[in-house]
Design a protein around this ligand. Structure first.
Ligand code: FAD
Length: 464
């Protein structure tokens, strides 16, 4: 049986002494769920510098029955990268190389630890776009985005991360390097192992590199913001955007309480009486974007208290504000229980209002914002991390949210994943046979249950 000391000694001899941290620093033991009171413990942190070293670390851990917790940028909202009960945190932060970039062929192969924003900058310099834009792009890694199948504001038009992955290299227990797909745009030769790994939250394999497809970047992107008195008027406006066939790149919303918490920094200010914001973006050539923007203004103006359409540097300012909403909301009481339920587009208004009602029932400040076009809400309850009673009430409230999502025909998670915090919740939406298939897939990839144990799918003995 491996001890903490033997873990460090043996991994250091495989990876080099500098690549193993014996006293795991606090930042490797938590993610964005720290504000919900979740931190873990680990015996060591491994920092492999190549796919071969990832494979060596996994092989050693598998051989010695040591749990392995893959870690990207630690921006996850589900506790997926938190080592719950010891083992080795395997951080991909040193795998940051661009293996190949062929701008004229619209494709790139990168290692998993490359930061999302850095990837987007690299391709943008050649006039290309990697569309997925999850909000913590400066910190998150492409491997973490793939492992969670991350979305973001522009997923409405362009799809989530998995839609841009044409091939993956991953280390699978007990330490094998497997490549599926590649620089090819179509591949139906076998079962879709690539898509199984996408969104598997580090429970089936460790992504070490990815082939990604790219697009020529749109010449222009012109957002439009429209404020309404309440969620009913705002949701009517959202439906008008689809009903009028406007192919916007992003279609976001913020409810009244979110505007109260984050609105003070909205560029230009929030109009008095505003209880709902619709934020949409038109992109394309300069001419296409301008035309679509004008149509958007027309369609959104009905019943609006105010409509804004920034241009130039104000566009980036607006999106910086939007990316900061989650953090602004979280600072109000020091913590938040923020979920990412999905409902059918036409049930969004009910979900927005029910979120507030659930919060009221549990004496919690509640709000929601998110990716309206995808029916994806960040339904949130504010908590103080020190207040055990409030945290417990927020957990019960989150359970009611999941029930609501399923009742409305949706899902418990649209982009953050199940991780540790939503373990067991899948049972609300899947049949016993579907759950059985899920667990059998896990067993095929990871028969010893050592890869990110307790996350996504939980073996019964992990359910505490
Ligand atoms: C301010 C803010 C805004 C956000 N906005 C969005 C948003 O708009 N859309 C969205 O989808 N998410 C959003 N997120 C959540 C988060 O950024 C995403 O879930 C992101 O994809 C996590 O990437 P990461 O590199 O930080 O992964 P981590 O948090 O480190 O890990 C997440 C999961 O992936 C696994 N993992 C990480 N790397 C690998 C790998 N190489 N191989 C296998 N498994 C791995 C981990 O074990 C864990 O289960 C936001 C977070 C913040 C803080």
């Amino acid at each position: 049986m491996a001890t903490a000391r033997s873990v460090v000694r043996d991994l250091a001899s495989a990876l080099g002494a500098g690549a193993v941290l014996a006293e795991p620093p606090a930042e490797y033991l938590a993610d964005q769920t720290e504000g919900r009171g979740l931190t873990g413990r680990a015996d060591a942190v491994a920092l492999p510098g190549s796919t071969a070293e990832v494979a060596a670390a996994v092989a050693w851990c598998y051989d010695h029955d040591v749990p392995i917790v893959p870690r990207g940028g630690g921006t996850g909202f589900a506790g997926g990268a938190v080592p719950i009960d010891g083992g080795v945190v395997l951080s991909l932060e040193r795998l940051i190389h661009v293996r190949s970039f062929e701008p004229l062929l619209w494709r790139i192969e990168v290692e998993a630890g490359l930061r999302t924003a850095e990837l987007r900058r690299i391709v943008r310099e050649s006039g290309l776009l990697f569309p997925p834009d999850p909000g913590a792009a400066e910190q998150s890694q492409i491997g973490g985005n793939i492992a969670t199948n991350a979305g973001g504001a522009h997923a409405f038009k362009y799809g989530v991360t998995g839609a841009w992955v044409t091939g993956l290299e991953a280390v699978i227990p007990p330490g094998d390097v497997v490549a599926v797909g590649g620089p090819i745009r179509k591949d139906v030769a076998g079962y879709d192992l690539k898509s199984l790994l996408v969104g598997s939250e580090g429970t089936l394999g460790i992504v070490t590199a990815a082939w990604l497809r790219l697009l020529p970047a749109p010449e222009a992107a012109l957002p439009v913001g429209a404020f309404y008195a309440d969620s009913a008027a705002g949701c009517d406006a959202l439906e008008r955007v689809l009903g009028n066939g406007l192919t916007v790149a992003a279609l976001e919303f913020l409810d009244a309480a979110t505007l109260e918490l984050a609105g003070s920094a909205f560029p230009g200010g929030v109009p008095r009486g505003a209880g709902f914001l619709v934020l949409a973006e038109a992109d394309g050539t300069v001419g296409e974007a301008a035309l679509l923007r004008d149509e958007l203004i027309d369609v959104l103006s009905e019943d609006a208290l105010d409509v804004v359409s920034p241009e130039g540097p104000a566009v980036a300012e607006l999106w910086r504000w939007r990316d900061g909403v989650s953090i602004a909301v979280g600072t109000a009481r020091g913590g938040k229980v923020s979920e990412d339920i999905v409902v059918p587009f036409d049930r969004l208004g009910e979900a927005v209002d029910e979120t507030v009602a659930i919060g009221r029932r549990h004496d919690l400040v509640a709000c929601s914002w998110g990716h309206a076009g995808d029916g994806n809400l960040h339904s949130t309850f504010l908590v103080s991390p020190q207040d055990e009673d409030e945290l417990a009430r927020a957990d019960v409230a989150a359970g009611e949210l999941f029930a609501l999502a399923v009742r409305l025909g949706g899902s418990i998670s649209g982009e953050h994943g199940v991780g540790w915090l939503k373990r067991g919740q899948l049972e609300r939406q899947w049949s016993p046979r579907a759950l059985q298939l899920h667990s059998e897939i896990k067993r095929v990839f990871d028969p010893k249950g050592l890869l990110n144990p307790g996350k996504k799918f939980a073996y019964p003995d992990w359910r505490r």
